[in-house]
Design a protein around this ligand. Structure first.
Ligand SMILES: [Zn+2]
Length: 338
């Protein structure tokens, strides 16, 4: 089979790789129907994370089950499945508590930009749809495997309530999905921080009520103007930079909450500032598996359409162009089809 391999910053190649095999009785192998490039893939593509030896890439996927190990009984060959970027047995104590992305047997997916993918912990990770979905909902289901699940978690971690005000920091795919989540959870006012015309439009379509284009102190001041001078009830931090975290913490009202889902890079939080702010803070890799059945239903019923974050569709062998387009911000998110 063939798949994406990163060799160095800016150097992703589509190469022949060994076909994945069942290694454990809890594994499955799926044939990829769609995969994509994640904003978090850009950290290594841009050299912000060490690459080391050349290695495969990709952690978002939907596909058709090809083969299952002897202990996998919830899905069978031929079914269309959606999974999470973090695998989980769905039975350990962390999973039972709803924190499947901290499963005691967790493995992070990292080989999904390929024709076939081995899924560890398949029994607890994969959710099959009743039927093969129509082509037009495949992007939405693919979004659920990471960006929509992550945006959902950001809104829950920020404790978005019906009637509340939410701010979304970051207008990448996760931030835009965070707007969908805040709307679904009943936020009355949703302030999207974005400087890009096409992303502002999509945020408004997804339910944002206000756009703030300013950043830094000006952005914080603008949010406060819109929130009675005190800040928002809930802020979703969907970037992972020190500037974005500062923006989020300072845009939250005393007693409000920040949900942070951008993988932090060089983010440091001042303990005293946090102490005196009365702002609550929760983040981490989203326990997407917890939300899969619900989010799959919302997509299949047409209630939400997070697939719109994919504004570039390429064939899998053009994966390098997908990285380049996202790196240069020509695309929000690139969908790849084998
Ligand atoms: Zn577990």
């Amino acid at each position: 089979m063939r798949g994406a391999v990163i060799h160095a910053p800016g150097d992703v190649r589509f190469e022949t790789l060994d076909d994945p095999k069942i290694l454990q009785p809890t594994d499955a192998v799926i044939r990829t129907v769609a995969t994509c490039v994640c904003g978090s893939d850009l950290w290594s593509y841009r050299g912000a994370e060490p690459i080391g030896e050349p290695h495969p890439m990709g952690h978002e996927y939907v596909g058709i089950v090809e083969e299952v190990g002897s202990e996998v009984t919830n899905v069978k060959p031929g079914q269309f499945v959606v999974g999470s970027f973090a695998t989980s047995d769905n039975t350990c104590v962390n999973c039972r508590n709803g924190w499947q992305s901290n499963c005691l047997h967790r493995e992070f997916m990292s080989t999904c930009q390929a024709d076939y993918v081995r899924i560890p912990n398949a029994h607890g990770t994969l959710v099959a749809t009743d039927e093969h979905p129509d082509d037009e909902v495949v992007p939405g289901l693919l979004a659920v495997s990471d960006v929509m699940g992550t945006g959902w978690y950001a809104a829950l971690a920020a404790e978005v309530q019906p009637g509340s005000t939410a701010v979304v920091v970051g207008d990448g795919a996760v931030g835009l999905c965070g707007v969908i989540a805040a709307k679904e959870l009943g936020a009355e006012r949703i302030i999207a921080m974005s400087r890009h015309d096409s992303r502002q439009k999509l945020a408004l379509e997804f339910g944002a009520t206000d756009i703030v284009a300013e950043r830094g102190d000006e952005g914080i001041a603008r949010v406060k103007e819109l929130t009675n001078g005190i800040g928002a009830d809930s802020v979703l931090e969907c970037v992972g930079t020190p500037e974005a975290m500062r923006q989020a913490l300072n845009s939250t009202r005393p007693g409000g909450n920040v949900g942070f889902v951008g993988v932090p890079h060089d983010v440091a939080i001042d303990g005293q500032e946090l102490f005196f702010s009365h702002v609550g803070l929760r983040g981490g890799p989203a326990p997407v598996r917890r939300y899969l059945p619900d989010l799959i239903d919302r997509v299949l019923s047409g209630r939400i359409n997070p697939g719109k974050v994919f504004d570039l569709t390429l064939s899998l062998d053009q994966v390098a162009e997908g990285y380049k387009a996202m790196d240069e911000r020509r695309a929000i998110k690139a969908l790849l089809k084998p």
